[in-house]
Design a protein around this ligand. Structure first.
Ligand SMILES: *[C@@H]1O[C@H](CO)[C@@H](O)[C@H](O)[C@H]1NC(C)=O
Ligand SMILES: *[C@@H]1O[C@H](CO)[C@@H](O)[C@H](O)[C@H]1NC(C)=O
Ligand SMILES: *[C@@H]1O[C@H](CO)[C@@H](O)[C@H](O)[C@H]1NC(C)=O
Ligand SMILES: *[C@@H]1O[C@H](CO)[C@@H](O)[C@H](O)[C@H]1NC(C)=O
Ligand SMILES: *[C@@H]1O[C@H](CO)[C@@H](O)[C@H](O)[C@H]1NC(C)=O
Length: 302
């Protein structure tokens, strides 16, 4: 009786453990659907709107000349590149023109750019019937409605709406951060409203660029940059600026307090909470996996 009960509970233990491992392994894989929601809002938003795949998908469920949705909205950041999609269905052989709706300015006809603005270019992929309009070095004044017109009789058009955003940097914990002397300064700079990753991020202490200084480590990814500075002392006090190549910079004032200071006990706690909260951003799956494997092994051995 007792032995049977034991078997039941170990069986359910195995099921729980296997389920856990399965979830951890699946969650760890970068291709899995569980991983996907972690991508930033900006990236998801953009790929949904800009992706030619997305435009092509619509090709099968709606008849008409254009495969691109009418009134498609495209986001582009100042200084970035905007790609306004215009995919025409096969067997439509008319000439494609791009027109700016606000001032009725003719921008392109076929592959020829009529505008004197050297930033404009048609990105034609023949087998995809794509006649996207590329706008380089996007400016706020580029925002507006663009018309992609095909020379049918009468001409048929779709409209693409370009929205221009300004990417800005943001440092967690700004405007003031208090840390204990001897501890590690960890600053996280994230990008808001960006549609493209920066080509570099420079960090400044007061006026000096410190990316390559001794004791400094900078870790970048698509939408954030982390500055690590070990063994801080009073000389590390002051204004830190995160300056991405394509975004408005952000600053934070760092106050390094004596290890023994009675200076500001409340502020010291602030330093602790900010360190622990930023550490949580990177969740390490290796530990729980090895733990569950250990539990599993001991369960089998019983
Ligand atoms: C797209 O929408 C505009 C009005 O917003 C309309 O005039 C035009 O005919 C539409 N184009 C197509 C291909 O349906
Ligand atoms: C820090 O420095 C930057 C540039 O040097 C300046 O624009 C910013 O106002 C300063 N921030 C503070 C909080 O002093
Ligand atoms: C803080 O450190 C500085 C030099 O490192 C020292 O002169 C000062 O007395 C210290 N203050 C406190 C409150 O310990
Ligand atoms: C702050 O962190 C230090 C070491 O990192 C620790 O010794 C101290 O107990 C922490 N204080 C609080 C209030 O958590
Ligand atoms: C995760 O933790 C393991 C040890 O527990 C370590 O070897 C590994 O480098 C860590 N991975 C990351 C991404 O921090």
């Amino acid at each position: 009786m007792g032995g049977r009960k034991m078997d039941m509970s170990s069986t359910s233990l195995y099921i729980i453990v296997f389920t856990l491992i399965f979830h951890l392994v699946v969650a760890k894989s970068p291709d899995s659907t569980l991983y996907r929601p972690k991508r930033s809002y900006d990236v998801r938003h953009r790929s949904k709107e800009n992706s030619p795949d997305n435009a092509l998908k619509h090709a099968n469920d709606r008849p008409g000349i254009f495969a691109t949705d009418n009134s498609t909205v495209i986001l582009a950041q100042i200084g970035g590149t905007a790609t306004l999609p215009c995919v025409v269905r096969k067997f439509n052989t008319g000439v494609i023109s791009w027109i700016r709706k606000d001032d009725h300015r003719l921008l392109t006809v076929g592959l020829t750019t009529y505008s004197s603005d050297g930033r404009l270019l048609v990105e034609h992929v023949r087998h995809l019937q794509n006649w996207g309009l590329l706008i380089k070095h996007v400016q706020p004044s580029d925002a507006g409605i663009y018309e992609c017109q095909i020379s049918t009789h009468p001409p048929t058009s779709i409209f693409v709406i370009l929205k221009v955003t300004e990417a800005v940097a943001e440092i967690l914990g700004a405007p003031d951060l208090h840390i204990r002397a001897g501890s590690t300064l960890r600053l996280v700079c994230s990008l808001k409203h960006s549609t493209e990753p920066p080509s570099y991020v420079f960090w400044y202490h007061e006026r000096h660029m410190i990316n390559y200084d001794a004791g400094v480590l900078v870790l970048d990814d698509r939408s954030s940059s982390v500055l690590l500075l070990h063994e801080t002392d009073k000389s590390h006090n002051g204004n830190y600026t995160c300056s991405p190549s394509n975004a408005v910079p952000a600053s934070i004032n760092v106050h390094v307090l004596n290890a023994t200071a009675e200076e500001k006990p409340a502020a010291m706690q602030h330093a602790n909470t900010s360190t622990s909260s930023s550490t949580c951003i990177v969740f390490n799956f290796s530990v729980p996996v090895s733990l569950t494997v250990l539990v599993l092994q001991s369960a089998w051995e019983r």
